[in-house]
Design a protein around this ligand. Structure first.
Ligand SMILES: Nc1nc2c(ncn2[C@@H]2O[C@H](COP(=O)(O)OP(=O)(O)OP(=O)(O)O)[C@@H](O)[C@H]2O)c(=O)[nH]1
Ligand SMILES: [Mg+2]
Length: 509
């Protein structure tokens, strides 16, 4: 449906004031909801946001449909409540009061009330209030209790957004498990007649929650044109999410194809030194695969709106033969078989999220995989052959390495899809050293057959890089892959793999 220019000019943005006690995650929620890691200021102290800041949402970049207002957090609700109840007008009405009474009661030139006053002014001018409720906090604290009581009197539709639902990532870093007061919140809210509640965690993004939040905002919108456009915006968001998932599948598929069909060759290798040459060749193969994985990771980060930080690859790639290996890796790591995987406290790579920018350490795990993780010996990662007669050496990665790359690619997509944009400083996200095997037999067998055709990999150079049109794959020994099957171009092969990846990276409904 298209909007006429007349409708566009009539469109009134829904003005939403995001309010709540200080330090409960209002700015964080807005960052994630609007996919903007640079919006406002976030930190773990009270009084971070000092003035109202507007984040506008445009439908298709043209029609302003939403004004999301970040407000300074409440700090003096209890004092305001007292002042309201003490005011002669309210006393005369036997304690009945409304929004105007609240605004009248707040002293204008008192520093202590400065932040709260600004928030209340936004409540006055908005259409809808979103109250951010930190479910990690007890709702019976007096600040919260009094805030809720005041909000009951404003006469505006109010949606409660539960945040801070518990963060799996934090738990893996060893922080204590937080108490969750969700049940208490449910009780308190229904006792106070707040019936519209939606969970929305700023750190753990959920697309379903985002859409549900929008749906509730739509329900609270009185203007029917605004309502219609908000629905269109929801459709746009869905389409955008699908595009990102689609692109992600293609990025992973392309990397897998490149690595699976990649092979390194060397000719003129004498019998006397083929072993040494083979090691060197495997080394370059590993380097190239690592680079290729990083390339895919960078593309995935971009797709999901994360900035790509420094690529500290050198420090992380582990040389199998290094004498220092024993010093580098602790025993646990070795016992677990993850030789080469244990730099730092966590197994696996670390993504440092710097206000949503990432510094990479993920190459490490795959370095480990190629270096020995997959079976306790570097050799297990490679499939190398020496042909005495033709003095030819060739090497490629084993199928299991490709499968591990698939699992890691899928895991990264899930991480990025569910990662908020709200972190105020470096928060590492870990990719596991032992990625859960993706049970995708069809993907594996497709990759296995594509692997026989070196022309599929853009990593192959020289004679393989002639381009598919000119390249006769039948001349490659063992390239019987497509016999009986239709010949596929590289793009078609990628599309077929991406389709299989749909099982692990599904679309949103
Ligand atoms: N784990 C987790 N932490 C959160 C979440 N939302 C916010 N935080 C953290 O809570 C702290 C406060 O977040 P802010 O977004 O600055 O809170 P605010 O309500 O805007 O605070 P003021 O502007 O001071 O009123 C920060 O340390 C955030 O990282 C969440 O959903 N999950
Ligand atoms: Mg704030």
């Amino acid at each position: 449906m298209c909007l006429t220019s007349e409708q566009l000019s009539e469109l009134k943005p829904l003005v939403v004031a995001v309010v709540g006690p200080t330090n409960e995650g209002k700015t964080s929620l807005l960052r994630t909801l609007t996919n903007d890691p640079d919006f406002g200021h976030v930190n773990a102290f009270t009084g971070t946001t000092v003035r109202a800041e507007i984040q506008k949402v445009f439908y298709r970049g043209i029609a302003e449909i939403l004004q999301l207002i970040d407000t300074p957090g409440f700090q003096t609700s209890s004092e305001i409540m007292e002042l309201v109840l003490e005011s002669p007008e309210v006393e005369a009405r036997r304690g009945e009061y409304c929004l105007a009474d609240i605004l009248n009661a707040i002293p204008l030139d008192d520093e202590d009330f400065r932040h709260d006053l600004r928030a209340w002014r936004e409540i006055e001018r908005c259409d809808v209030v979103v109250f951010v409720a930190n479910v990690a906090e007890d709702p019976n604290k007096s600040l919260l209790k009094n805030t809720l009581i005041l909000l009951q009197h404003i006469g505006k539709p109010t949606l409660v957004a539960y945040n801070n639902l518990g963060d799996a990532e934090r738990l893996t870093q060893g922080s204590p498990v937080r108490e969750n007061f969700r049940r208490e919140w449910d009780e308190t809210l229904s006792r106070n007649s707040f019936f519209l509640v939606q969970q929305y965690d700023a750190h753990r993004r959920s697309f379903q929650d985002e859409i549900a939040l929008f749906e509730k905002l739509v329900a609270l919108t009185r203007n029917s044109l605004t309502q219609r456009v908000l629905r269109l915006e929801m459709q746009e968001r869905r389409a955008h999410e699908r595009r990102r998932l689609n692109d992600s599948r293609t990025i992973v598929a392309e990397m897998l194809l490149d690595v699976a069909a990649f092979q390194k060759e060397e000719t003129g290798v004498e019998l006397s030194d083929w072993k040494e040459r083979q090691k060197a060749l495997e080394g370059t193969l590993r380097e190239t695969v690592l680079k290729r994985e990083h390339e895919a990771q960078a593309a995935l980060l971009e797709t999901w709106g994360f900035k790509f930080g420094a690529l500290d690859r050198e420090a992380l790639v582990v040389d199998d033969d290094s004498k220092e290996r024993d010093d580098l890796f602790d025993d646990d790591v070795k016992k677990s078989g993850a030789v080469g995987a244990g730099v730092g406290a966590t197994l696996g790579g670390i993504l440092d999220v710097l206000s949503a920018g990432l510094t990479f350490g993920t190459g490490l795990t795959i370095g480990a995989l190629l270096g020995g993780l997959v079976g306790g010996g570097g050799a297990m990662a490679y499939n190398s052959k020496y042909d005495r007669k033709y003095k030819r050496l060739s090497t490629r990665v084993q199928k299991r390495v490709v499968e591990a790359l698939a699992a890691r690619g899928i895991e990264l997509v899930h991480k990025l899809q569910t990662r908020g944009k709200a972190m105020e400083d470096a928060t590492p996200a870990t990719l596991s050293a032992h990625p859960q095997r993706a049970e995708l037999p069809a993907l594996s067998s497709l990759l296995e057959s594509f692997a026989k055709n070196p022309a599929y990999s853009k990593l192959n150079s020289g004679k393989f890089a002639l381009g598919l049109d000119h390249f006769d794959w039948r001349r490659i020994p063992g390239a019987s892959l497509i016999s009986g099957e239709d010949y596929k171009t590289r793009d078609e092969a990628i599309a077929a793999l991406a389709e299989e990846l749909r099982k692990a990276i599904p679309d949103v409904d």
